[in-house]
Design a protein around this ligand. Sequence first.
Ligand SMILES: CCCCCCCCCC/C=C\CCCC(=O)SCCNC(=O)CCNC(=O)[C@H](O)C(C)(C)COP(=O)(O)OP(=O)(O)OC[C@H]1O[C@@H](n2cnc3c(N)ncnc32)[C@H](O)[C@@H]1OP(=O)(O)O
Ligand SMILES: Cc1cc2nc3c(=O)[nH]c(=O)nc-3n(C[C@H](O)[C@H](O)[C@H](O)COP(=O)(O)OP(=O)(O)OC[C@H]3O[C@@H](n4cnc5c(N)ncnc54)[C@H](O)[C@@H]3O)c2cc1C
Length: 666
Amino acid sequence: MASALKVNKDLVRERQKCTFDVKELTYIWEGGREFTEERQRYENIVYSVKELQDEVPELYLSHKERYESSIRKACILQRLQNEYGKKHKVLNTRTIRLVGYGAIRDISPFLLHNGMFIQTIEGQGTPEQQAEWMPKAQAMQIIGTYAQTELGHGTFLRGLETTATYDVKTEEFILNSPTLTSHKWWPGGLGTTVNHCIVAAQLYINGKKHGIHLFMVQIRDLETHMPLPGINVGEIGPKLGFQTANNGFLGFKNVRIPRKNMLMKNNQVLNDGTYVKGMNEKLTYGTMVLVRVSIVSDAANVIARAATIAVRYAAVRHQSQLKANEPEVQILDYLTQQHKLFIAIATSHAFSTTYGWLYKAYLQVVEDLGKGKQDHLPELHALSCCLKATCSRDSAAIVEQCRLACGGHGYMASSSLPIVYGLATASVTYEGEHTVLLLQTARYLMKAWQMALQGKVLAPSVSYLVDSLKSNKQSWQNTPEFIVKGFQHVAAGKIKDAFHAIQKHVKAGKDYEDAWNLASVQLIKASEAHSRAILCDVFWRGTIIKSSTASPGVAAVLDHLVQLYIVYWALETVGDLLLYSNITKEDIAVLKVKYEELLALIRPNAVGLVDAFDIRDEVLNSTLGSYDGRVYERLMEEAMKSPLNQEPVNQSFHKYLKPFMKRAKL
Ligand SMILES: CCCCCCCCCC/C=C\CCCC(=O)SCCNC(=O)CCNC(=O)[C@H](O)C(C)(C)COP(=O)(O)OP(=O)(O)OC[C@H]1O[C@@H](n2cnc3c(N)ncnc32)[C@H](O)[C@@H]1OP(=O)(O)O
Ligand SMILES: Cc1cc2nc3c(=O)[nH]c(=O)nc-3n(C[C@H](O)[C@H](O)[C@H](O)COP(=O)(O)OP(=O)(O)OC[C@H]3O[C@@H](n4cnc5c(N)ncnc54)[C@H](O)[C@@H]3O)c2cc1C
């Protein structure tokens, strides 16, 4: 962090106003002091490595140069990470991703290796397969990705066309891409980085199709890196963001792999071609569940980044007068600006708390599955789908809101807000498209509603449906607990409406599937309302627990944030509350005042709150958001790095402009 002397005076004043212990909140936000200290220790190592510092900003490099630079840095990072792991302890993936981002400035071409390839071997491999591949993958003697999506299908996995046909004679699988649309398309690192892939393919044995299975396939020679025979591999080209992720395509022509290369923890193929079905075919999708859970944490992190940039900038930026003859005010003093930004801070805490809760549920299900119990798998799938969908979508909207809150300068690449938006919006699509995942949860909610009607016991996350069937609703109270109940009434009401809409179409003679499609707008609304009820409930309960051991100052700001989140969403969805709960116009008027009071309470702590996210300048990489607030100096310094500013006259003047001007007629 910059020395106090060089820090912008507005930021100095803001920090003096802060009423709580910033460090203490950082520890809470990060899940414990040990995690923060571990990350900081690792950051100190990584960001002192000279080779990781850019001479030319990445954005001025060509597509090819950017990739080469990202690989160079990713290798250095991987070495540092391994060395660190040997000396201290293995770093958590959040730290690896955060710190890696600061060095690479975009997505690491090893992201899928570290985030899905290793996890799939771990989660889907037999102990023998793990023993063979895990050490090599961890040491990066083999580098891999997760190759599932194809040109023709990403969402509908049963529609994937890549085939893996078992040859009993040679005890091998033969991989083929029978059509153009069957080519793998998107996997990160696949373009020119990885030499192995976990490939999702339709399994055929003796002409019988057994559905999607996962296979370990080597695609490049380990010495020469040349594609192996039968492999057609390449990079898919520039995208909205993710420029250095090295997303690729892949086709197979009669590529043979040994039988032992099918990941067989769940389903198995024996030597003689006998197919042994596992406990649940959907366990093949297990890595996706883990990544969906992790995306809730990623959403919290991207919002924290955008909020840090936008809040610090809003403290430094002065524009317009509130009153004539008075100095121009910090834009952070406009209530509308606080309305745009404080919800970002609160949302980041809401998602971080929800991630902690969801990850715990994930670990419990994994433990249960190990004992052959799968009762909670459907609930976890439903929760991970709707929370991934809602948190990723909210994160993209909030990052964009933070960008807009920075006015014109937020549009500068050097603000980093465009690149952060590129990251956030990608997560709305990858790992299960937004609408599609909401509809997965809706399937579960329809079943839960049916069970509630039948008086059956429901899983904890939907047990509120039982309460909603009781006719005596208490009169409304403007307390957080009661507003959370209000969200549950909204969710229950929307679930019920969607259920009835399907029934109505079925009664009118439609097939269930057509009725489902006709009701699907209502279904996604029900799923969204369920997500919001869960987020508010978990955030509220989680904050009470965290506050119970926090200092009074920190407990107070946590309380302001959770209340702000709940009241904000009550006001955003006020129409729903009027439809489905007992809220009155008078209650709403009180909530509006409450919301304004909360903005005022948070205002003196705004900069302290984003400081508590403890995001280093290297990670922010932002002219607008650095700790010292030297916004204008940095904007100018960065502009001066443009290659167009390295010469007084660009050659295009002599080649095009001058002749053009000469020829121009009056
Ligand atoms: C700690 C380490 C963490 C590291 C984190 C790193 C983060 C890295 C970030 C990486 C960045 C980018 C990577 C991006 C990678 C990708 O995008 S990989 C590709 C992702 N692809 C998808 O998500 C595909 C989406 N589609 C599907 O999942 C399925 O096709 C879909 C669920 C939509 C439907 O599947 P079907 O097989 O067609 O099933 P249905 O008939 O619809 O349903 C049957 C029942 O199965 C239940 N189900 C479905 N999925 C699951 C599951 N995963 N688990 C449990 N159960 C599941 C479903 O609910 C149905 O149940 P029901 O019949 O209703 O009882
Ligand atoms: C940055 C990025 C990185 C990625 N990395 C990987 C990777 O490493 N490995 C990998 O395998 N894949 C990867 N993917 C692919 C990604 O998982 C898919 O793009 C994603 O799952 C969406 O599938 P799709 O592209 O087929 O979308 P589509 O399903 O074609 O979606 C198009 C539209 O159709 C709608 N739609 C589709 N089906 C339904 C339905 N049943 N009901 C209602 N609406 C529907 C969707 O809502 C959407 O609006 C990546 C994608 C991106 C953008």
